[in-house]
Design a protein around this ligand. Structure first.
Ligand code: PEP
Ligand code: MG
Length: 553
């Protein structure tokens, strides 16, 4: 038996076979395509992205290693513009109806061979370059895996790392657990694992080693351990632990229909975070009283091109209908940082977490924003909708958003399309700027939802994607807790409500504090609702208030 120790990011125990998903191997899968034009477009988008990446590398290298050494990236950009190279790829896609990855790989082989056979040593050296640029394009193309898991049974996914765009495209019914060599606890891949309630471990060094392919394994998402070819003793221990968990879950499920109210009568709304329409079933199963955060960007991440107004409308309408009159808060597009979508063709940024992401994209590209808003307002006629805007830093942004929303409502009215005039408008408080001006922002909106994942990242200046920096960030940093209190107080002064939809909301060790602060709603992954409800039911706020508020000191 081999034991690999990582960091558990979603509790649970899974037994199954390890399924290695390594990028290098899965990147070039030869496939026939039917729509050559669409495939050529996909290639063009990947080429443009690779081109921009090279531009960014050139600038970076210029500052760090000087012009002479940086030149290589400009040469690579020129090669990516080479007419013969591009023609070869396009014609393989069009004539042989092959996918872009294969067309790029074939072209790379042909060109590399041609360069290598030349007499001129300068030209020979270009063989490596053409492979390099092609590899870059293929990596961009592979940014969205096709979701195929080539196994008849559900498996434990072992990968070096998984981008959110890859994770959302995996076939969920085939996944028993996620195990990655890299990753960080507050990355969107970890969040997705928690939303799907799939045991997950990150930082599992060596897990993608070829020798573990198909090996029997047990993943302990609580202890962050992976047992490969487990011995009898561990199998017995883990089987017992799993049975205990099942029993605990059964007990918790008896709380499903019970209102989340403390012993002294204080209510807490317990909502679910979802990323997909399919997550509504587990939300219901766990007694969610509403959806507090529907990360709508996953609709974009799963799509190969911009989802149309009608496509979005049907998803939002289905979510509202399924929740049958319960509140559903849908957050507008929040891509950027770790959530990359190729077809958005966003220029590479030095510092994407602080770049043009989320609402900044929407306000830069109002047509895109209006398409989503039209879909949302149209869906509002089918339930109780709240629209929420991410990454707010100023009152001016909110004013502009409200102006665009009013424009959309006026258009729909003119067209005679029904919508709910009272659909609530709220904002995420996930930047220190928003928290610090929450008194002003509270006058502009119907509700706040605190995004503690980003609020923590921006308050502590620790990149949520960087596992090495994680040790410098206390998850329950006093600064973040104080900001939360400030936001709750400011919202209440203005008569609006505040929820928490970041991962901190699911931290049971903070439930008492959130109750003592008067937080109105906690939106957590479906699997966390019942444990939090138990905590609320067991609490008497008048008894714990003073002690809980000590955490702010
Ligand atoms: C957050 O930042 O806390 C949040 C809920 O949004 P996301 O994790 O999607 O950035
Ligand atoms: Mg966020």
């Amino acid at each position: 038996m081999i034991t690999i120790q990582g960091q558990g990011v979603c509790g649970g125990i899974a037994f199954g076979k390890l399924y290695r998903m390594t990028k290098g191997e899965s990147k070039v899968k030869r496939a026939h395509i039917s729509d050559a034009d669409a495939e050529i477009k996909r290639f063009e988008a990947a080429r443009a992205r690779a081109y921009d990446e090279l531009g960014g590398l050139y600038e970076k290298a210029l500052g760090e290693v000087g012009e002479e050494n940086a030149m290589i990236f400009q040469i690579h950009q020129m090669m990516l513009d080479d007419a013969d190279y591009l023609e070869s790829i396009r014609s393989i896609i069009a004539d042989q109806k092959l996918n872009a990855e294969t067309a790029v790989a074939m072209t790379a082989d042909n060109f590399a061979e041609m360069f290598a056979s030349m007499d001129d040593s300068y030209m020979q050296a270009r063989a490596a370059d053409v492979r390099d640029i092609s590899e870059r394009v293929i990596t961009v193309l592979a940014g969205g895996v096709d979701g195929g898991i080539n196994s008849s049974e559900p498996v434990i996914i072992a990968a070096e790392d998984l981008a959110p765009s890859e994770t959302v495209q995996l076939e969920k019914s085939k996944i028993l657990a996620f195990v990655t060599e890299k990753g960080s606890a507050s990355s969107h891949t970890s969040i997705l694992a928690r939303t799907m309630n799939i045991p997950a471990v990150i930082g599992a060094a060596g897990i993608t080693d070829k020798k573990y392919e198909n090996a029997e394994a047990i993943v302990d998402g609580f202890g962050g351990k992976i047992y490969i070819e487990p011995n009898e003793e561990i199998v017995k221990e883990m089987t017992e632990r799993k049975a205990e968990l099942d029993k605990e879950n059964e007990l918790l499920s008896s709380l499903k229909g019970v209102k989340a109210r403390t012993k002294d009568g204080q209510s807490m709304l317990l909502y679910a975070n979802i990323g997909h329409i399919d997550d509504i079933a587990p939300a219901f199963k766990n007694g969610a009283e509403g959806v507090g955060l529907f990360r709508s960007e996953f609709i974009y991440l799963e799509s190969k091109t911009y989802p149309t107004e009608d496509e979005q409308f049907s998803v939002y309408k289905a979510a509202l209908e399924k929740m049958a009159g319960k509140r559903v808060i849908i957050r507008t597009l929040d891509i950027g940082a770790d959530k990359r979508v190729d077809y958005f063709d966003m220029p590479a940024e030095e510092n994407p977490a602080m770049g043009v992401r989320a609402i900044r994209i929407c306000l830069t590209r109002p047509e895109l924003f209006k398409t989503q808003l039209r879909a949302l307002y149209r869906a509002s006629a089918f339930g109780r909708l709240g629209i929420m805007f991410p990454m707010i830093v100023s009152v001016e942004e909110v004013t502009e958003i409200k102006r665009i929303c009013a424009e959309v409502r006026a258009e729909l009215k003119d067209e005679g399309v029904p919508f709910d005039e009272k659909a609530e408008l709220g904002i995420m408080i996930e930047t220190p700027a928003a928290a610090l001006i929450s008194d002003k922002l509270a006058r502009e909106v119907d509700f706040f939802s605190i995004g503690t994942n980003d609020l923590t990242q921006y308050t502590t200046a620790v990149d949520r994607q960087n596992p090495t920096a994680a040790r410098f960030c206390n998850e329950r940093h006093t600064a973040v807790l104080r900001l939360i209190k400030m936001v709750v107080d400011n919202s209440h002064k203005c008569g609006i409500w505040t929820g928490i939809c970041g991962e901190l909301g699911a931290d049971e060790s903070l439930t008492e504090l959130f109750l003592a602060m008067g937080v109105d709603e906690l939106s957590v992954s479906p699997g966390r609702i019942l444990p939090i409800k138990k905590k609320v039911l067991d609490t008497d706020v008048s008894e714990i208030r003073d002690a809980a508020l000590e955490l702010l000191k």
